[in-house]
Design a protein around this ligand. Structure first.
Ligand code: SF4
Ligand code: SF4
Length: 665
């Protein structure tokens, strides 16, 4: 009875503290005032929880760590039953789950086996972190202590559970309960003599140690990076639905009461962005995949998310208590925690979002902070002035004249929509395709392929404007929306339904983001279009062997953003004799060229150059040519090839050029 009273008191105190801490964390989360609605599409959300959280699918992208985490996660889920059993025993000693019949047999058997596997997994996790020093797991001193404490607590939970079960078996003269199957505990128990007088004492000792470890663990969580144990499943449930995933959320610029754009501190973020901070496991997968971090720049997506958490825990308590004086309020998330340079180094390649096992959306926060720099603080790298001015005046990021936009088409007999809107598809050329000398050749090539296939297409000519992607990713939402709204008006005026484009940035913006502004189009990338023309035999390739080794570079906006991995490869593999060689990092693990997110127009202020890193990897495949399907990638890789003085031997070409070179006349 005395034991029960002591247990009940400890239990009530521990649970009350836990609820109090959780309540605090929820209140801190709600200081984020940006609106966010995440309760639509419940079935898709539940499916994500089943696959990503319970199936741990993202973790298996790194197989050893994936297996490790899978064991720890499922071990924990199963241990919950054991914990529950022990807790109920604190209230009513004879309780157990044996009434569940065969389920209890399975449960107890798995608990016994998993206890050892989880202990081994934790020891291996410690070895990776403290002995092997796996780079992505490197954190500061407090992070290391935190990781060690958590891993030791998990080991303690398992050891005390095994001890408790072992001495229960010894106490009961080696007999198990009905339906109970504990092979390991039984084996351990048999190493003790029958009728051991101290068995009851040791059973009680391990029972208390188990209960106190569990309750201590529960109360340590809210202060630890392992807060993710509580928040990662909700965060996965609340992640963006597929339809919105990887798109930038619009700012409502028409609202007259808006005085601040983007985010300079936690109160400008949404509750979801703060929950992202709580959910970070500091596993470092995002930073390991980040092209900027890979070449030695300051940007680390993990740091961005951890900084959001640190700043929340520092500032939110003061905001809630109304104590708004003092040092905390002289600092800001942007500048004091996250530097401007870090924010400008992001290529928006989406690798961090792709890799994060708990569905954190780093880019939403990075873009919000860029919006603050551009729209609220007017503080951005000087050469962006020219870019923004050009987009505003010339409708393209470069200083070209809009009246020259369709010059590439001269003599090709291509009509504009204004001349004759009766067509099957609109060819959206894009700024690079219209003005960049190298990419104009790609534009002409692709248009020639369409002509050979008798496609009834039109262009907009001088009615086409920059799609707004560059301005939007650079944080200039105002300018981006001006471009987008003008384009939507033009496209809707001609009742455009289908669009083909050779630019992945146009493809993504027009297809996925123009919907936010009333532009609903069926947009296809030229790699998909050519693939279809080949499948439908609307174009035929020569049977002469091409006999060239080609490596294909995945564009982030085509691949990671829109899952277009196969079409460009199929196109190349259709060419007889062409040998396609994959780079080390390919498809969803592909490495950015360094141009996205407006980086094309920014200088490298520190670290190495991303395009050189990628070109080196392409050259490692010993190719005769490098294929791309994006104007920005083509420019960056061409520069890389020049840097390595390989331009004479290795060509960088668009996939359409490989096709055109081998087409049957
Ligand atoms: S989007 Fe790419 S460049 Fe930007 S932080 Fe994420 S991984 Fe790094
Ligand atoms: S943001 Fe995601 S991938 Fe990056 S460290 Fe945190 S949990 Fe890991």
């Amino acid at each position: 009875m005395g034991k029960n009273i002591i247990f009940i008191l400890i239990f009530i105190i521990a649970i009350s503290l836990f609820i109090r801490n959780c309540g605090k964390l929820i209140r801190y989360m709600l200081v984020g005032k940006k609106q966010e609605h995440r309760l639509d599409g419940i079935s898709e959300r539940l499916f994500k929880v089943i696959t990503v959280a319970f199936g741990q699918t993202k973790l298996f992208r790194d197989l050893p760590a994936g297996i490790l985490h899978f064991l720890i996660f499922w071990g924990f889920v199963l241990f919950l039953f054991a914990v529950l059993e022990s807790i109920v025993q604190g209230f009513y000693n004879p309780f157990n789950f044996s009434f569940t019949g065969p389920f209890y047999s399975v449960l107890t058997w798995i608990q016994d086996i998993f206890a050892v596997l989880v202990i081994l997994a934790c020891l291996y996790a410690m070895h990776r972190r403290f002995v092997m020093h796996v780079p992505r797991l490197e954190v500061d001193k407090s992070g290391k202590i935190d990781a060690a404490v958590i891993l030791l607590l998990i080991i303690l939970v398992c050891v005390t559970m095994l001890g408790m079960n072992t001495f229960l078996i010894v106490k009961n003269n080696f007999s198990l309960l009905t339906n109970e199957v504990r092979p390991l505990s039984l084996l351990l128990a048999k190493s003790f003599p029958s009728g051991l007088s101290s068995a009851q004492f040791y059973y009680e000792f391990f029972w208390w140690a188990h209960i106190l470890t569990v309750l201590g663990f529960l109360n340590y969580l809210p202060y630890s990076k392992h807060l993710h144990v509580l928040t990662s499943i909700p965060n996965t449930f609340l992640a963006d639905l597929e339809i919105r995933r990887n798109t930038i959320k619009p700012l409502d610029l028409d609202r007259e009461d808006i005085q601040f754009f983007g985010a300079s501190d936690i109160e400008h973020l949404s509750w979801k962005q703060i929950l992202d901070g709580y959910s970070c496991t500091e596993c470092g997968r995002c930073t390991a995949a980040c092209p900027a971090a890979n070449v030695g720049k300051s940007l680390s997506p993990r740091k961005i998310i951890v900084d959001i958490r640190k700043r929340t825990l520092e500032k939110a308590p003061h905001m809630i208590s109304g104590d708004t004086e003092g040092e905390t309020f002289q600092k800001q998330l942007v500048h004091d925690y996250i530097t401007d340079l870090e924010l400008w180094e992001c290529t928006t390649c989406n690798a961090c979002v792709q890799e994060c096992p708990v569905m954190i959306e780093h880019l939403d926060s990075i873009i919000d902070m860029r919006r603050n720099l551009v729209l609220s603080e007017t503080r951005f790298p000087a050469n962006l002035n020219n870019v923004f001015r050009s987009i505003e005046n010339n409708y393209t990021p470069w200083a070209f004249n809009q009246s020259d936009r369709a010059q590439w088409a001269e003599g090709m007999g291509i009509k504009t929509m204004a001349e004759d809107p009766d067509c099957d598809i609109l060819f959206w050329v894009g700024c690079a395709g219209s003005f960049d000398n190298r990419y104009k050749k790609v534009t002409k090539t692709f248009a020639s392929i369409m002509q050979k296939a008798n496609i009834n297409f039109r262009i907009l000519g001088i009615e086409e404007k920059c799609n707004g992607d560059t301005a939007r990713r650079l944080g200039n939402e105002y300018l981006a929306q001006v471009m987008i709204k003008d384009n939507v008006e033009t496209l809707n005026k001609y009742k455009v339904k289908k669009i083909v484009t050779a630019c992945p940035h146009c493809f993504h913006s027009l297809g996925r983001e123009y919907k936010q502004f009333g532009g609903n189009y069926d947009v296809i990338h030229h790699s998909q279009f050519i693939n279809r023309l080949l499948d439908e035999k609307k174009i035929e390739l020569s049977s002469d062997a091409y006999n060239k080794k080609v490596t294909y570079h995945d564009s982030c906006y085509l691949g990671r953003y829109n899952n277009v991995y196969n079409s460009p490869r199929n196109v190349l593999e259709n060419i007889p004799g062409l040998e396609l060689r994959e780079m080390k990092r390919n498809r969803s693990k592909g490495f950015c060229c360094g141009a996205g997110g407006g980086r094309m127009f920014l200088e490298d202020e520190e670290g190495g150059r991303i395009n050189l890193e990628r070109t080196r990897e392409a050259l490692d495949t010993n190719p005769d040519a490098i294929a791309s399907a994006c104007p920005f990638c083509m420019t960056m890789i061409t520069d890389g090839v020049k840097h390595f003085e390989k331009s004479e031997e290795i060509q960088v070409k668009d996939i359409s050029e490989f096709v055109f070179e081998n087409i049957n006349n």
